[in-house]
Design a protein around this ligand. Structure first.
Ligand code: ATP
Length: 356
């Protein structure tokens, strides 16, 4: 396994069991300085447990945690959270109601003189754009302002590592997008190594430099958002990000022959039975009926603002495909079109029904 990072967070094969459940199963993750890594996966897959192990709120049964190259958990050692140099920002980590904004921000700065604390508070409040609220009380702040105070509090001790567990899920969508984008920019400016837990794929795609996809306690795939989206390791990893059109077909001449058109079969041998998963945006509609796609009839269209989910019946009428097209449906319901598959959004896996 690679060296722990000199700057940032390294988890090495950390494992945590609760009774019969292995919540984290040999999870290894590196987060470098200035990097945002998202832990993504369905509810109960072990994201929070992994983050809590990094924070020191949970002891791993096995494996090691390093922060800035220093062993903080594992091999008989356990450094408590307050001595790890990590900043925490959790959804349920509320501000202290009896302290004003500055009091909240300086709370963890126990090793500084009064003057240093005041200077650092002014600095981080400036960083999050809240200097004018230094004396305000938490209950007078909006949700977005409270989140930014929490961020300032997490950043105040200059931690090399920031750990965030769904920190923005209490905010409404528009505010959330705004606070989140600001937060990520601030974390980048501070050169922090950030591990960010979310169960929402759109959020991970939006904020992450790298995504670590978890399932049942294990890391199933890690990569950039593009890699994870365009090259999923299996059907479930593909399905986590969008609905899929799925076909069980055979490979002929290097192509998986789906009813909506051929898809390059990659490594799969001729004659093999495969499962083809096609993202709806990869089903392309050609309104020119003389084109060379598969002839189809539009059977339904759901307008969703910036795109329309269109359903088409393929020849024989037995198979339907879903196509996600930008803007309005290009063809009215009942109209005819041709479809083909963009291989970029189509994935060929071994058949779920076995090799034959
Ligand atoms: P969510 O998105 O719902 O927060 P998660 O991916 O963060 O889920 P964890 O909270 O890490 O998942 O939980 C992983 C598994 O470990 C679950 O089956 C959960 O019930 C179990 N678990 C977590 N903490 C404990 C605990 N303190 N005691 C017993 N079981 C636990």
């Amino acid at each position: 396994m690679s060296h722990p990072l000199d700057h940032g967070l390294s988890l090495r094969a950390v494992t945590r069991r609760f009774g019969g459940v292995t919540a984290a199963d040999e999870v290894s993750i590196n987060v470098g300085a200035g990097e945002v890594v998202c832990l993504l996966g369905p509810s109960g897959c072990g994201k929070t447990t992994t983050l809590r192990i990094a924070a020191g709120l949970e002891r791993p049964d096995a494996g090691e945690v390093y922060i800035d190259g220093r062993l903080v958990a594992g091999r008989g050692l356990f450094v408590p959270p307050e001595d790890r140099g990590v900043g925490l920002m959790f959804q349920d980590f509320a501000l202290f109601p009896h302290l004003d904004v500055t009091g909240n921000v300086t709370f963890g700065l126990t090793r500084m003189s009064g003057r240093e604390r005041a200077a650092r508070a002014a600095e981080v409040l400036d960083l999050v754009g809240l200097s004018h609220l230094a004396k305000a009380w938490p209950h007078t702040l909006s949700g977005g302002e409270q989140q930014r105070v929490a961020l300032a509090r997490a950043l105040a001790p200059r931690p090399g590592v920031i750990l965030m567990d769904e920190p923005f899920s209490g905010l409404d969508r528009r505010l959330r997008d705004q606070v989140r984008d600001q937060t990520i920019a601030i974390l980048k400016a501070a050169d922090a190594a950030t591990l960010f837990v979310t169960h929402e794929p759109e959020e991970a795609l939006r904020v992450a430099d790298r995504i670590v996809l978890m399932r049942a306690g294990q890391v199933v795939q890690a990569g950039t958002p593009l890699e994870i989206y365009e090259d999923p390791v299996d059907r479930d990893a593909a399905y986590f990000f969008s609905d899929l059109n799925e076909f069980e077909v055979r490979v002929t001449g290097g192509m998986a022959m789906t009813p909506a058109g051929p898809v390059p079969a990659g490594e799969m041998a001729d004659g093999a039975r495969v499962r083809v998963c096609v993202r709806p945006e990869a089903v392309l509609i050609d309104t020119d009926e003389s084109g060379d796609g598969i002839a189809a009839e539009v059977t339904a269209a759901r307008f969703m603002g910036h795109e329309t989910l269109t359903e088409l019946a393929l020849p024989g009428n037995a198979v339907r495909v879903q196509a996600l097209v930008p803007g309005r449906a290009p063809v009215d319901i009942g109209g005819r079109a041709r479809v083909r598959i963009d291989p970029e959004g189509a994935f060929v896996f071994a058949s779920a029904q076995g090799s034959d």
